[in-house]
Design a protein around this ligand. Sequence first.
Ligand code: HEM
Length: 80
Amino acid sequence: MEKFLPTYSSEELALRNGQDMPYIWVGYKGKIYDVTSSELFKDGYHYFHATGIDLTNDMPDAPHLEDVMNDFEIVGLLEN
Ligand code: HEM
């Protein structure tokens, strides 16, 4: 059975930017990933990209593929 995932609005996601709350989340292709544990997202920044936002459109600029997301927990779905 698939895990139930709560839906969050972009305002709720924005609070998980490593500044306002002690969580670092990013939106990617409709899902929200918890990257709090990553040293590469310290303080809520990843190579000049802010967190607490949808980064789907930024992935093509990255030197890596989207498979980097696979190591991180999906904590919710991003409301359109
Ligand atoms: C200009 C844009 C970006 C740069 C220069 C960049 C750079 C990097 C580098 C150097 C690494 C570590 C080596 C590797 O896995 O290849 C990394 C890991 C990672 N990146 Fe990016 N990245 C960018 C954009 C993004 C975006 C848009 C996302 C999310 C949507 C993202 C998510 C990740 C994740 C989840 C990891 C793995 C972190 C870990 O294992 O702790 N990156 N990135």
